[in-house]
Design a protein around this ligand. Structure first.
Ligand code: SOE
Length: 368
């Protein structure tokens, strides 16, 4: 019998909860998932850490990631973007597999160092592009690979939220270029670009536009306003290596849209449409059909669905984290390759960087 994997997690807020939920669900629903010990949770605020350890089921806490990265079997980096590089590289240098939240880093050069460290370490290094693990997206990939949509012509992806449309919404690290790298572009656009690469192929050229609508925001609990140094929204026209045309967009100012990630793909034989707000469905145009039909993705032979409920019993956003953790942790225990990995994270980062440069230079930019 193999020993359980000791898990160490940096970060206990939104993403900490999403991954801890996945750790708890895995033994219940995925019989062949490796056994886990939720060993240690890392952060700076001891009281908040104790509370998080209790709620999320971790055995102990630590206030310095340096004490943890070489002690555990897997290191999860779920902190803000500016703490992705140093702890992840240290863990990889200690030979510890790493799973890191997206985008890979605030800057292209940090992302390059992280991908190089992963290459050198030769252990699994995954990035949390969880939307690959929506059953409808996996099914879409199968359809495209089997040629059922024919030759792909168009990719359209937009990720719309509205939590910053109120100018009095408080400042956070997500509004700061040093800590976040970029705004809607890196936080939301990274997901769309990953799906574009997963479903359609690599991006060769971009023409991008970034915009900040509110330049400063109130700091919670203080009588001050701090500058917003990232984009609130971006859009880009992209050309894929294989000739596919694409348009991408993300915003935190899209009134009425809460977490609306939409993908549309058209090919010579058919098309598909996916919306995260209806994640159990895929709209499909099949060859010879006059219009789109809505397919409910809850049958046991749909990707991952045999682990959950009887047909028609829908799943949610949190299940994408269970699926990605299942695949990643199995790659840790079996030694099989995991994707998306740090190489995929770096490829996305190159596109993010090119879109930003294209906006700054006012011209179309080649991704390499
Ligand atoms: C931002 O609001 C956010 O939480 C992103 O950081 C996540 O990656 C996305 O899945 C949902 O929205």
């Amino acid at each position: 019998m193999t020993a359980p994997l000791d898990i160490g997690v940096l970060g206990y807020r939104f993403m900490g909860k999403a991954h801890a939920n996945a750790f708890a669900r895995l033994p219940m629903f995925f019989e062949d998932a490796p056994e886990l010990n939720r060993e240690v949770i890392v952060g700076r605020d001891e009281a908040a850490l104790d509370d998080a350890a209790d709620r999320l089921g971790f055995a102990r806490t630590a206030t310095d990631w340096r004490d943890v990265v070489d002690e555990v079997d897997v290191f999860y980096n779920l902190g803000p973007n500016h703490v992705h590089a140093e702890p992840s590289i240290a863990a990889l240098e200690a030979g510890t597999p790493v799973f890191c939240e997206k985008p890979l880093a605030p800057t292209l050069s940090d992302a390059e160092s992280m991908a190089a460290a992963a290459e050198e370490a030769g252990v699994p290094a995954g990035i949390a592009f969880n939307y690959r693990f929506v059953p409808a997206i996996q099914y879409a990939k199968e359809l495209i690979e089997n040629g059922e949509l024919g030759e792909i012509h168009h990719f359209r992806g937009r990720y719309l939220q509205d939590w910053l449309v109120d100018p009095e919404a408080p400042w956070s690290w997500r509004n700061d270029a040093e800590m976040a790298g970029s705004g809607a572009l890196g936080d939301l656009g990274a997901h769309t670009i990953d799906l574009a690469r997963f479903l359609v192929g690599d991006v060769a050229e971009v023409s991008g536009q970034l915009r900040t609508f509110v330049d400063e925001r109130p700091v919670d609990g203080e009588d001050e306003r701090w500058a917003v140094t990232v984009d609130d929204a971006y859009s880009a026209q992209v050309a894929f290596d294989n000739g596919v045309m694409g348009t991408l967009e993300a915003s935190r100012f899209a009134s009425g849209h809460k977490n609306d990630h939409t993908i549309e793909i058209e090919g010579s034989k058919g098309g598909l449409r996916f919306s995260l707000e209806r994640l159990n469905e895929l709209e499909l145009l099949r060859e010879g059909s006059r219009g789109y039909e809505t397919v409910l993705m809850t049958d046991p032979d749909d990707p991952y669905l045999d682990h959950w409920w009887p047909p028609g019993h829908v799943i949610g956003w949190e299940h994408t984290f269970v699926h990605e953790n299942y695949e990643f942790l199995r790659s840790v225990s079996t030694g099989n390759e995991y994707h998306p990995d740090f190489g995929d994270g770096l490829a996305v980062q190159r596109v993010l960087d090119a879109i930003q440069r294209s906006d700054e230079q006012g011209e179309r930019i080649s991704v390499d």
